[in-house]
Design a protein around this ligand. Sequence first.
Ligand SMILES: Nc1ncnc2c1ncn2[C@@H]1O[C@H](COP(=O)(O)OP(=O)(O)O)[C@@H](O)[C@H]1O
Ligand SMILES: CC(=O)N[C@@H](CCC(=O)OP(=O)(O)O)C(=O)O
Length: 264
Amino acid sequence: MTKRNKMNKLTIIKIGGNVIDDPKSLDQFLTDFAQRSEPAILVHGGGKIATQIGNKLGIEAKMVDGRRITDAETLDLVTMVYGGLTNKKIVAQLQSKGFNAIGLTGADGNVMLAKKRPVKQIDYGFVGDITADGVNIPLLQSLLNQGVNPVFCALTHDGEGHMLNTNADTIASVLAVAMSREFEVELVYCFEQPGVLSDFENKVVIPVLEPKNYQEYKDSGVINSGMIPKLDNAFDALNAGVKSVRIIQFSDLNKAETGTLIKL
Ligand SMILES: Nc1ncnc2c1ncn2[C@@H]1O[C@H](COP(=O)(O)OP(=O)(O)O)[C@@H](O)[C@H]1O
Ligand SMILES: CC(=O)N[C@@H](CCC(=O)OP(=O)(O)O)C(=O)O
């Protein structure tokens, strides 16, 4: 058993729903992930799959600012899809590649305690807000020390018997901040595009994104939709002590210098 200290490196990798929705892309990504030698925590989304399965069951998806309005029926749906189907399939595939992983919701081992989002202009329902103080760092350290790599889905809990739905980009960012207390953390967001793009049609990648040009790209509409909360999470992580944040294509996981480096 190796003891880790603050100088040890940890990578937190988030994989988005558009990739895990495609079995070939997911398999390619997990093969690359399983080949890494440094300790890592994987966080997966699955919003697209929850929407598709919800449609079959007559549960319509309602999104506001990239967040799912989660009523009781939708909470059951996402608990089944994220915590069951998606998480267990990913863990089983990693095991088949000789990579020991353990699937976790925030309730398992009290690993991520959240607060139900207060109702303001919008009632998001059973959506959980999280901070680094709600992360069970010793449990994660002990799993990593045993060579067991945690795989998080987009579920947290409130400590009072309820699961909560929490955006997977936010889970990755908050985990990265929490684990920065003990490790030198690199946060990597993997998705289906080659990076943050300045020209979507021609796939022109922005190699380095700083707050000033982020604001300009947002104002001009070049950066929009799901990329805005992702980048807000990325800047939040850097501001709270995470060593580096990159946004890359899922197939570039083990390649250096690809995608977009986020800088303060
Ligand atoms: N400038 C941009 N560069 C790349 N993607 C962008 C940009 N602006 C908006 N997007 C969109 O943001 C999406 C990523 O956000 P999201 O769907 O939430 O990702 P994920 O499923 O990985 O969490 C991309 O699929 C893309 O359609
Ligand atoms: C509260 C909230 O919006 N939760 C997200 C969690 C899944 C997710 O984040 O999936 P992607 O990373 O694939 O988008 C949702 O239910 O869509």
